[in-house]
Write a protein that binds this ligand. Sequence first.
Ligand code: FNR
Length: 182
Amino acid sequence: SKYRIAVIVGSLRKDSFNRQLANALARMGPPDFEFHQPRIDDLPLYNQDDDGHQAAPVLRLKGEIAASQGVLFVTAEYNRSIPGVLKNAIDNASRPYGQSAWAGKPAGVIGASIGSIGTAMAQQHLRNVLAYLDMPTLGQPEAFIHAKDGLFNADGSIGDGSKAFLQGWMNQFVAWVKRHSA
Ligand code: FNR
């Protein structure tokens, strides 16, 4: 059977580099992996008062994570951390206490930004969160992608400058998921 990967994109922007990166990475996976992008743009702002009656979009997200063997976070960096929309999605699907959708799911972290540090700060903050959520997270290789001309080809695939590096990254992520999924 196939390995299903939930790809959480930490940007809502229509032409998001990170969404483009997520789409391109999905095409680099092996045939027994399928990648899907759960929506996070219609989740309510997390409110602990709602833990007993979570909104439909929250239950949908939790179901999508539960049905996946791994999670790939592809995130923008906002003000040297992860965007609020990503943290909101993580918080919503982590509750109620003891019923987190994230626990035990193997994870990968990657991101692209127009700044030269390529989301390094956001990724480190995210790793801190994922450690608490008990998600075994691929440590190496790290991938801090600088979104500059030529990163993507016209057809959406990765340009020659980063193609081999990102294929290597994907191969390691695939091996990580296979090793850590139940
Ligand atoms: C940014 N950007 C940014 N870039 C970066 O490298 N480090 C940062 O801390 C920030 N901070 C930041 C805050 C806010 C509110 C915005 C809107 C932008 C720039 C960011 O890299 C750029 O907008 C990317 O295009 C965002 O990723 P997506 O939306 O293209 O995936």
